[in-house]
Every structure is written in structure tokens, then in C-alpha cells.
Design a protein around this ligand. Structure first.
Ligand SMILES: Cc1cc2nc3c(=O)[nH]c(=O)nc-3n(C[C@H](O)[C@H](O)[C@H](O)COP(=O)(O)OP(=O)(O)OC[C@H]3O[C@@H](n4cnc5c(N)ncnc54)[C@H](O)[C@@H]3O)c2cc1C
Length: 273
């Protein structure tokens, strides 16, 4: 089921901005995190895990554009986004106020390295994220190909506080019962949410829980570290997070891949700075 269902026809009469898409839903999680959904341009084809440029017109009329992971899977007829709110951020100081029916600018040129094609075949796939870095995995966790290609999928997500995990938790808990994707997910998806500040069931950084083998013990996984023969990983967080996770995986013998040269893991920044 790698279906490309009919995508929403943009309402030409309502278009005011170039490359405009209409916001169809907004949900706020914390004072720093929110989700929104938009219509999908008919011309937009992408691979689950890729990102696009989205934005709003600035005060001077010039668009303020930023990279955003598409958080919905490639077969979905709308587009999901999961966003930070930076109070003095040029884009998100305003984007955080969007409402249903508003328009955003979306450049329909998807790119990115967090795609299944950039990995060699394997058995166990790891999604490793902090903060909004879960967005591309919200897409990949809903793509049937993820479960067709791997026996086991592990989503490790770390935030400071429990409320910051809520978007991912709601999504992941809904998947086994999802009428479209549930049968593919089955019991293959294992979720390991951790916090670094607020007390919760599992605590600590992705890096520490990987390096110490704690995640393997807590989830009852085979082995105590990744095996380059069978483990594949995708990483999305801050620059420091990405570097630390890469160092651990390189130590286990995994190598970084790319679209042009698939290998054992791929990495993308969740933001610049
Ligand atoms: C490949 C790629 C994909 C991205 N995908 C997403 C996404 O799906 N969701 C999303 O919210 N952002 C994402 N970003 C970041 C996004 O492009 C913007 O930086 C963000 O929307 C803030 O824009 P701004 O203009 O308000 O502030 P900016 O001037 O862009 O950023 C101001 C500062 O805020 C911090 N910051 C920015 N984004 C984040 C973030 N996501 N989490 C924590 N701190 C941040 C950084 O320190 C940055 O220097 C992505 C960035 C890249 C490079």
C-alpha cells in the first residue's frame, strides 16, 4: 500500500499569496510547541521524511521562509507540520498565531536525507530525535514502507518536559488502531520517550540511553548495542545532539549514508543555530 491518494485541489479563488496553502487545523501543545495542518498542492510529491520551505510574507512584503519537515506521510492528502515557537523568531513569532482558514506560503520542492532510500537494507530501524526533530519521523512512522522494509522500528524521543512529548505520544499511541496504517505497524513499533528535567517513566538523553545499553534492556531488545549488519538509524536534533549520536554509532561501526550512497545511518539538523 504505497498509495498516492488524490491530493487536495487548492482553492484557486481563495489564493492571495503565491504558492499559498490554507491552514485546516491548529493545535497548541505548550508555549513553545504547536502543530498545524494545511492543504497539499496537487503538484507536490515527496518521500516521507523530506522537508520543504514554508513561510509568511514579512512586513515589507518579502516572504520569510524557513525549512520545515513534513510531518505527514507521502500518501496523506494534507500536510502536517510540528513547530517551535521562538518568541523573537522572524517566522515563528508570527506563525504561532495562525488560525484555521489562514494561508501560508509553501514552496513545493521537497528535499532531505531522512529517507528510506538513503539506507542499506536492514532489520531494525532507529528513529532518534530531540524536540521538533520528531517531525520527519511522524511522517516515516506512518509510511507502510517503513514496516515493509524493517522487522522492528524504535522511536527514541527526548525532551526536557513531559508536555513536550505529547504530540509524539498521541500520534504513536493512535497508530496500532489507525484504519490505514495500523495493520502495517502491528507490534513492530517500539516507543522510548524520555525527559531530561521533569520526572517521567524513562529519563535521560538519547545518547546516554544508547551508549549505556539502557534502552535495549528497557525495551527488551536483542543485543546491547547497534549492529552494523542489521541496525539502521535516522537522527534529527540539534547540531550537538547529532554529533554525539553519530560518534556513538560510528564507534559501533555504522557509517553515514546519503541518497547517492546508502549506508547504515542518516542525519539531518532539526534547526540551524
Ligand atoms: C532541515 C530543517 C528542517 C527543519 N524542520 C523544522 C520543523 O519541522 N519544525 C520546526 O519547528 N523547525 C524546523 N526547522 C527550523 C526552522 O527552519 C526555523 O528555524 C524555525 O521555524 C524558527 O524560525 P524563526 O524564523 O522563528 O527563527 P530562526 O531565526 O530561524 O531561529 C532562531 C533560533 O531559534 C532556535 N530554533 C529554531 N528552530 C528551532 C527548533 N525547531 N527547535 C528548537 N530551537 C529552534 C535556534 O537556536 C535558532 O538560532 C528546520 C530546520 C532545518 C534546517
Amino acid at each position: 500500500m504505497n498509495q498516492q491518494t488524490a491530493v487536495t485541489q487548492p482553492n484557486a479563488a481563495k489564493k492571495h499569496l503565491p504558492d499559498a496553502q490554507t491552514v485546516t487545523e491548529v493545535r497548541h501543545y505548550t508555549d513553545r510547541l504547536f502543530y498545524f495542518r494545511t492543504t497539499r498542492p496537487q503538484s507536490l510529491r515527496f518521500r516521507s521524511g523530506e522537508f520543504v520551505m514554508i513561510g509568511l510574507p514579512g512586513e515589507d512584503g518579502k516572504p520569510i521562509m524557513r525549512a520545515y519537515s513534513i510531518a505527514s506521510p507521502s500518501w496523506d492528502d494534507g500536510l502536517d507540520f510540528y513547530s517551535i515557537k521562538v518568541q523573537d523568531g522572524p517566522l515563528t513569532s508570527r506563525l504561532q498565531h495562525i488560525k484555521e482558514g489562514d494561508e501560508i506560503i509553501l514552496r513545493p520542492k521537497p528535499v532531505g536525507t531522512l529517507v528510506l532510500d538513503a539506507l542499506l537494507p536492514g532489520k531494525r530501524l532507529w528513529f532518534l530525535a530531540t524536540g521538533t526533530g520528531i517531525a520527519p519521523f511522524a511522517s516515516l512512522m506512518r509510511d507502510p514502507e517503513t514496516y515493509e522494509q524493517y522487522d522492528e522500528v524504535i522511536m527514541m524521543h527526548t525532551c526536557r518536559e513531559v508536555a513536550e512529548l505529547e504530540f509524539g505520544r498521541q500520534l504513536i499511541e493512535s497508530l496500532p488502531e489507525d484504519p490505514l496504517i495500523g495493520e502495517f505497524v502491528g507490534d513492530k513499533l517500539k516507543y522510548y520517550p524520555t525527559t531530561t528535567r521533569e520526572e517521567s517513566k524513562w529519563m535521560g538523553r538519547v545518547t546516554d540511553n544508547l551508549a549505556s545499553g539502557k534502552v535495549f534492556a528497557d525495551l527488551g531488545l536483542e543485543g546491547t548495542q547497534m549492529d552494523p549488519a542489521t541496525d539502521r538509524a535516522m537522527v534529527c536534533g540539534s547540531l550537538d545532539f547529532n554529533k554525539d549520536v553519530m560518534a556513538i554509532m560510528e564507534g559501533w561501526g555504522l557509517r553515514e549514508g546519503a541518497n547517492s550512497e546508502p549506508a547504515e545511518y542518516v542525519v539531518e539538523k532539526a534547526f540551524v543555530g
